[in-house]
Design a protein around this ligand. Structure first.
Ligand code: TPP
Ligand code: DXP
Ligand code: MG
Length: 630
């Protein structure tokens, strides 16, 4: 791949005196590198291809890293990575020990803000701007936020403050009219209207340029000119929402045209007060399959460049798919079932439900907090809301779960998707905290089946519950079990004693049960007698079953793909303590540290949570418990 220009850049400074033609050539090289790399590694190709010119123009117009460039989410910032010294290591994107798929402060001084979750950039920018102002510093700050991320309340909370304080801050609204799926909501519709009013904006810019060209001789005349401008705004042109909130607005601007972008970004820096630069881009720009199928190319796995076909081994359906298909089956006879997503119809596979029941499906945008309270309202109104949400994004809605769903004890079902280690997205996206934070909330019931068959059964059972229920299931393919048998409920609150064992019993949750069963076999060959319990329920615990287990076993091992702190094992510890049962207990789970990108199987092995690792741990631990007794 010929990448002469890109290879010559060690830092953005190296391209700051280049011509527009050279920059356009650079954009082509960057696109090729993004396409060829993500074809191997997978990753957020669509958004990143759409922001190539934007990244070039920003680093060209601003004196980064002295000036602070903040990217919302960070999934669109591959060009930023390539321009800031990471071209040589770019092939390690999202791989274990390689570059993060998002921004990482430890990776580069150009990565001012780390994210992964949406809509944090404006608050962060406002915080940095306040610190700058309080410390009488002079650098510039620019935040890039997508139209999707602008559907979140948090972004508006920040706009509310920025518009009032009038600090110097530039916000680039990167508008491609897409979230992961097509963007939704009234504000998205409003942006579309703004997009289609270029004549309005041009006219306004022309008037302002004309007035700006009048020489200013001091205060009174300047005031008059400002007044004329204001009058013009009101008399001739309606002010848009950003202007009403106190921002100067430039746009809409072609986000792929460097000759347009660079001068506007430079102008924006000169304005006293907050500015919005509204930039129109195309998701997947420059790679036909991604332009044509932007949803599929938001964050795919590896693909074949020529055909745009994804390279996928045939696999059983994902847990998300099983969840959604089961919900569809149930919805046929339960007209009260409605499904909710917060901007993840594809990832949660609720897009299938949407096709089957368009009127009973709601995509509320990147608005997990609203989604949770909206679900509570639906429950009050007599519907049976099912909010399918990634474990990591449910974190956003914690207060709503406590205050709106659980406090009122409403029968909302949370489909907690991506529960466990997620792989390439890494630390910001791991679904490894939800047991701890949900378990603490009164009325909440939490379950996780050992496989997709149990997921289906648990969903049927959850429908009969008069309380909030969280059903956890992992990312990726299920086990491939036959799912043709008629749907029937599981007895609520009951675990499954799969194997008896005197030396120790492993009490596991979710698909970890299968690792426990294999560990039992490995240890059996060495003479250990190990039992296995499929707990199924994290809350309430099946205490009747646990009481029998503790009478037959000399030690307990808990196993979960979740942090140990406050997790499933902690629930068992609490119960043992409450019952004054003195048995040695080993809590196998994830440590108290953020877990970076890398495959789930790698981390399960590293933390000795897979069958071999668990067998190793039990083998070392059991003799210690015996010694301790003596
Ligand atoms: C709180 C939260 N919810 C959901 C997501 C999943 N997510 C990642 S990117 C994205 C779409 C963002 O759209 P936009 O900001 O317009 O950026 P684009 O991809 O279009 O460039 C979504 C929903 C997330 N990262 N954070
Ligand atoms: C950036 C982001 O938050 C999403 O695009 C996320 O990466 C999707 O994850 P899945 O691949 O698990 O759907
Ligand atoms: Mg978008």
């Amino acid at each position: 791949m010929e990448t002469k220009l890109l290879a010559s850049i060690q830092s953005p400074k190296d391209m700051r005196n280049w011509s527009i033609l050279q920059l356009e050539e650079l954009a082509k090289e960057i696109r090729r590198v993004i396409i060829e790399t993500t074809a191997q590694t997978g990753g957020h190709i669509g958004a990143s291809l759409g922001a190539v010119e934007l990244a070039i123009a920003l680093h060209y117009a601003y004196d980064t890293p002295q000036d602070k460039l903040i990217w919302d989410i960070g999934h669109q910032a591959y060009a930023h990575k390539l321009l800031t010294g990471r071209y040589q290591t770019f092939s390690t994107l999202r791989q274990l020990n390689g570059l993060s798929g998002f921004l990482k402060r430890r990776e580069s001084e150009y990565d001012v803000w780390e994210a992964g979750h949406a809509s944090t950039s404006l608050s962060a920018a406002m915080g940095i701007a306040s610190a700058r102002d309080l410390r009488h510093q002079k650098y510039r700050i620019v935040a890039v936020i997508g139209d999707g991320a602008l559907t979140a309340g948090m972004a508006w909370e920040a706009l509310n403050q920025i518009g009032q304080t009038k600090t110097n801050l530039v916000i680039v609204v990167n508008d491609n009219s897409m979230s992961i799926a097509p963007n939704v909501g009234a504000f998205s519709r409003y942006l579309t209207e703004l997009r289609s009013a270029p004549a309005y904006t041009r006219m306004k810019q022309e008037i302002e340029q004309l007035l700006d060209s009048v020489p200013v001789f001091g205060g009174p005349l300047r005031k008059t000119i400002e007044r004329v401008k204001d009058l013009l705004h009101h008399a001739v042109l309606p002010r848009n929402v950003f202007e009403e909130l106190g921002f100067k607005y430039y746009g809409p601007i072609d986000g792929h045209n460097l000759s347009e972008l660079i001068p506007v970004l430079r102008n924006a820096q000169l304005v006293d007060g907050p500015v919005v630069v509204h930039v129109i881009t195309q998701k997947g720009r420059g790679y036909r399959p991604a332009e044509e199928r932007p949803g599929e190319f938001h964050g795919p796995g590896p693909f074949e460049i020529q055909s745009g076909q994804f390279i996928k081994k045939p696999q059983p359906p994902s847990y998300s798919q099983v969840f959604s298909q089961t919900l569809i089956e149930l919805a046929k006879t339960h007209p009260e079932i409605v499904a909710i997503t917060a901007a993840m119809p594809d990832g949660t596979k609720l897009d299938l439900f949407q096709k089957a029941f368009p009127d009973r499906f709601f995509d509320v945008g990147i608005a997990e907090q609203h989604a949770a309270t909206f679900a509570a309202g639906l429950a009050i109104g007599g519907m049976r809301p099912v909010f399918a949400v990634y474990s990591t994004f449910l974190q956003r809605a914690y207060d709503q779960v406590i205050h709106d769903i659980c406090h009122q004890d409403l029968p909302v079902i949370l489909g907690v998707d991506r529960a466990g280690i997620v792989g390439g997205d890494g630390a910001t996206h791991q679904g490894v905290y939800d047991i701890s934070f949900l378990r603490a909330v009164p009325n909440m019931e939490i379950a996780m089946g050992k496989d997709e068959r149990e997921l289906r059964q648990l969903l049927v059972s959850a429908l009969d519950r008069p309380h909030p229920v969280a059903l956890r299931y992992p990312r990726g393919a299920s086990r491939g079990l036959d799912l043709t048998e008629p749907l029937k409920p599981l007895p609520w609150g009951q675990g499954e004693w799969l194997a008896h064992g005197g030396d120790a019993t492993i009490i596991a949750i979710g698909p970890m049960v299968y690792h426990a069963l294999t560990a039992r076999e490995i240890l059996a060959e060495e003479g250990y007698d190990i039992g296995v319990v499929n707990a199924r329920f994290i809350k309430p615990l099946d205490t009747a079953l646990l009481r029998q287990v503790v009478q037959e076993t000399r030690a307990i091992v808990t196993l979960e793909e979740h942090v140990v702190a406050g997790g499933f094992g902690s629930a068992i510890n609490e119960w043992l303590n409450a019952e004054a049962i003195e048995l040695p207990i080993l809590n196998a789970g994830l440590p108290d540290e953020f877990i970076d990108h890398g495959s789930a199987s790698y981390y399960l092995n590293l933390y000795e949570l897979n069958a071999e690792g668990l067998a190793r741990r039990v083998r070392t631990w059991l003799p210690q418990t015996e010694r301790a007794k003596k």
